[in-house]
Design a protein around this ligand. Structure first.
Ligand code: XMP
Length: 516
């Protein structure tokens, strides 16, 4: 746990937007941690938060097995902000009454202040009513003794409340979503005016602390790290490199499934960053293992296993290594402990799973407290080139899961060329930096076309470009027709073996970002 002084605890009741609360608090410069709602009082005390935020959630507080909290948290003297379900839970726990509302309130609503107070500080000058975002069916019918309603909406007489003497606040709307225009003001008022936090969370101090912690933990031991050239693994390696220099060996495995010129580009980047990199070109091994395999999960399994074999061989060749560094991020950590439990495995992800136990390596995960945008901040601090910082995520199994059907050298070549055109045009137009990912997919079918006077019977390439915050959900990017036209023309004219290009207009869910 970081040693910053100002910490906020978020208790999660399963809302879709709990992670957003955490991100907003961090954006305000205050470190926060998200934990399941039933965190013990002992753990809460150990975290020593300056304030607690109770998230929203899908349950009704009057359900017999509704998630709840130890009421003692309202008497610890700590400021508590309940959001949506969190507010209703606070009201019910303190003796109020929550019932099913006459009407559900979902989406945009107008909020009217009933008074000015610390939570609404600075907002009185804004219009008399404010746009907020609501998502609830229940509402507070009777406020507990000592509380008063401080805002109302058309459907909700108590759209916000506060205690008259204790630092307890509740809001029925969601301040964490962008549609609540005054949301960030309200969160900042809670953090700074009510909880007395001082913003002391920034990536510069994070780097200092992380470096010190790594030095203390690792001492003179040696560390290995699997590098992919992606932002997370590179930042992990850079941070450890800053702390212990060449006690770290990074291993970069070329699995033969990388994009055009990727191995060379990544290697040049890594060397320029002064990392101690061991490059292993294992293309032949991977392609031989994949020959004739068309089933997506089988491809993933083969690639994952082969990667582990190679990594293990390389690590053994290095001799006495004690630690394995991984670029685990906070969303991975939260997902595995969250209220809903680990989310279902839809696609098995490629990582070094199982390796630490097999090789008796201790794990070191310096980014496990950070969100992706914070990792990019650290990357900047560590002098990573912009081009690397803004690289799109690329899956471990690489192009194998973007070639539907058999992965052959010839098909890899076609996809690499098409994909390179997609990236080049996306960058040229600036759209690369506005989407989460953009890439080409090679389909396992051929279609008829005509080139000159000749009938052709060639491959189809699908384009995929999505916008997303965290890859959990995604929407297809509304790329301009001109750009789509240019990409399509160039692929059909320049890539031999392709006579048709389609654009994927599916969102996630129900589709996934990758095609396999
Ligand atoms: P899906 O296709 O599940 O992808 O919507 C979500 C995000 O994860 C990436 N992805 C992977 N990343 N190993 C990885 O390291 C994998 O096996 C893998 N499969 C998908 C995908 O590119 C997207 O960003």
């Amino acid at each position: 746990m970081t040693n910053v002084k100002n910490r906020v605890l978020i208790l999660d009741f399963g809302s879709q937007t709990t992670q957003l609360i955490a991100r907003r608090v961090r954006e305000a410069g205050v470190y926060c941690e998200m934990h399941p709602f039933n965190l013990s009082l002992e753990r809460i005390r150990a975290i020593s938060p300056k304030a607690i935020i109770l998230s929203g959630g899908p349950a009704s507080v009057y359900d017999p097995d509704a998630p709840s909290v130890n009421k003692a948290i309202f008497r610890m003297g700590l400021p508590v902000l309940g959001i949506c379900y969190g507010m209703q839970l606070m009201a019910q726990s303190m003796g109020g009454q929550v019932e099913k509302g006459v009407r559900r309130e979902y989406g945009h609503a107008r909020l009217y202040f009933a008074e000015s107070n610390e939570l609404f500080y600075g907002l009185a000058v804004k219009p008399a009513s404010h746009q907020v975002w609501m998502s609830h069916g229940d509402r507070i019918e009777v406020l507990p003794t000592g509380f008063k309603a401080i805002a109302w909406s058309e459907n909700t007489p108590a759209a916000a409340m506060r205690h008259e003497s204790l630092p307890l606040f509740g809001v029925q709307f969601h301040p964490e979503v962008v549609h609540t225009e005054i949301g960030m003001d309200i969160l900042k008022n809670f953090l700074f005016r009510i909880a007395g936090c001082v913003p002391d969370w920034d990536m510069h101090s994070f780097v200092d602390t992380a470096v010190r912690e790594i030095q203390e933990r690792v001492g003179q031991e040696r560390v290995i790290c699997a590098l992919s050239g992606g932002v997370d693994s590179t930042v992990t390696a850079l941070l450890i490199n800053k702390a212990i220099g060449h006690q770290l060996t990074s291993i970069f495995v070329n699995n033969g499934l990388l994009r055009k010129n990727e191995a060379e580009t990544v290697l040049a980047f890594l060397k320029a960053l002064n990392l101690n990199v061991r490059y292993v070109n294992a293309s032949e091994r991977f392609l031989a293992k994949l020959a004739g395999v068309v089933e997506p999960e089988k491809k993933r399994r083969i690639i994952g296993e082969e990667f582990i074999h190679i990594f293990e061989e390389e690590a053994n060749a290095l001799g006495d290594v004690h630690y394995l560094a991984q670029g685990t991020l906070y969303p991975d950590v939260i997902e595995s402990v969250s209220f809903k439990g680990p989310s279902a495995v839809i696609k098995s992800h490629h990582n070094v799973g199982g390796l630490p136990e097999r090789m008796k390596l201790k794990l070191i995960e310096p980014l496990r407290e950070l969100f992706k945008d914070e990792v990019r901040g650290v990357a900047k601090e560590l002098g990573m080139p912009e081009e690397l910082i803004h690289r799109h995520p690329f899956p471990g199994p690489g192009l194998a899961i973007r070639i539907l059907g058999d992965v052959t050298r010839e098909r890899l070549e076609i996809l690499r060329e098409a994909d390179a055109i997609v990236l080049e045009e996306m960058k040229k137009s600036g759209w690369y930096y506005q989407v989460w990912q953009a890439f080409a997919v090679l389909l396992p079918i051929k279609t008829v076309g005509v080139m000159g006077d000749e009938r052709t019977y060639e491959n189809v390439v699908a384009l995929r470009a999505v916008t997303s915050l965290d890859a959990m959900t995604a929407d297809w990017a509304k790329l301009p027709y001109d750009l789509l036209g240019t990409i399509s023309n160039r692929i059909i004219n320049e890539v031999r073996g392709v006579n048709r290009v389609c654009y994927d207009i599916s969102s996630k869910p129900p589709a996934t970002i990758e095609w396999e």
